[in-house]
Design a protein around this ligand. Structure first.
Ligand code: PLP
Length: 376
């Protein structure tokens, strides 16, 4: 390893760098949309839906306005309504729950597995009531949930399974792509996700033609044909400009995910022997490291010291959803969530993205090593 002496500034993400690398093809693609004069639900969106469905191996893809809306429309398509219960985790990004509460349902939280940080399937059945209608497994940080037991439970209790794939585009569970395992898979193209648009965007995958038809209507005011509305719907569409950008980026996704995995492997090889708890890849899973989340004893001090050395870090997430002010009605579920609450006190996410340079990776490895040793 080269000796790194000078201080570097490493932001948590670097979307400018990604654009610079793709400038010509993205500028061309967006210019074509401007020139076409067609901006909503046109050929770019159609092409992206086809490309994405093929990439994942699903029958239907319906592009929508955001990941939150992908979840929300999925819940509505499953008939989830006021008073229903939806099982999910509290260790997630709040929008998972925005979708649940916007559909009028009550979130029922299940604790996580301490190795994978995703839902612990063995705890689900005790939380099922006669109001339970769906489970939302969240493939967090780029790792798929252990889906087999969830599918068994769902079948036994007649529940819908809606995968939250916002952080897991390209991830695999056994030989299946995230988003093709449950009844529906909801994706986000928020700019910082592994496949990001230049604004908001989302998509729903399903193999069920009826659900696909319903979701396609829901995103477009419930419209069957122009000005004939068979159901009550919303406005939630990916626009042509975003689809054109995503059409440029999708062919690069696998190589980006491979780069993320390679960097994660290097981090773990150095950090794990030091005693830092590093992310692990579950058996038969393909982790795409949307986030590289480590556990340390004093995360805020650790973050401060890294900041002094120019390395930005973030905590995903500092406050579990059931402890958020806005979800006060869920606070009483705390007793079910000891691992979720403990984890939030220990986690820090390090910068990890395909555009990191070799020097930056070395700098992060060396600096994290120095600081961790200094703290322990
Ligand atoms: C980003 C994210 C969402 C929401 O996606 P948006 O496109 O921002 O609405 C939902 N769930 C998880 C786990 C996410 O990380």
């Amino acid at each position: 390893m080269r000796l790194v002496v000078t201080k570097m500034q490493i932001p948590f993400g670097n979307l400018k760098r990604q654009y610079q690398n793709l400038k010509e093809s993205i500028d061309n693609a967006t210019q074509n949309v401007f020139d076409s004069g067609w901006f909503i639900l046109g050929k770019e969106v159609q092409e992206f839906e086809t490309n994405f469905a093929n990439y994942c191996g699903a029958n239907f893809a319906i592009a929508v306005g955001s990941g939150t809306e992908a979840l929300h429309l999925s819940l509505i398509a499953c008939g989830i309504k006021t008073g229903d219960e939806v099982i999910t985790v509290s260790n997630t990004c709040v929008p998972t729950l925005s979708a649940v509460t916007f559909a009028g349902a009550l979130p029922i939280f299940v604790d996580i597995n301490e190795q994978t940080y995703t839902i612990d399937p063995s705890l689900i059945e005790s939380r099922i009531t006669d109001k339970t209608k769906a489970i939302i497994p969240v493939h967090l940080y780029g790792q798929c949930v252990d889906m087999k037991p969830i599918l068994d439970i769902a079948q036994k209790h007649n529940l819908f399974v809606i995968e939250d794939c916002a952080q897991a585009v390209g991830a695999k569970y056994q030989d299946k792509m995230a988003g093709t395992i449950g009844h529906l898979g909801a994706f986000s193209f928020y700019p910082s996700k592994n496949l990001g648009a230049f604004g908001d965007g989302g998509l729903i995958l399903t193999n069920d033609s009826k659900l696909a038809e319903t979701v396609a209507k829901l995103r477009n005011y419930g419209q069957e044909n122009r000005y004939y509305h068979s159901i009550k719907g919303f406005n939630s569409r990916l626009d042509e400009l975003q689809a054109a950008i995503l059409n440029v980026k999708l062919p690069l996704l696998n190589s980006w995910n491979e780069k993320r995995r390679a960097i994660a492997k290097r981090y773990t090889e150095v950090f794990s022997p030091l005693g830092i708890i590093c992310p692990t890849e579950a058996l038969n899973c393909y982790h795409t490291y949307h986030l590289y989340v480590i556990r340390v004893k004093n995360p805020s001090r650790f973050q401060e010291l890294l900041k002094e050395k120019g390395i930005d870090t973030i905590i995903h997430y500092p406050i579990p959803v059931h402890l958020q002010q806005s979800y006060g009605e869920c606070r009483h579920q705390s007793s079910y969530l000891p691992i979720t609450e403990k984890l939030a006190q220990e986690i820090v996410s390090l910068p990890l993205y395909p555009e990191l340079t070799e020097l930056e990776i070395e700098y992060i490895i060396k600096t994290v090593t120095d600081i961790y040793q200094q703290l322990s």
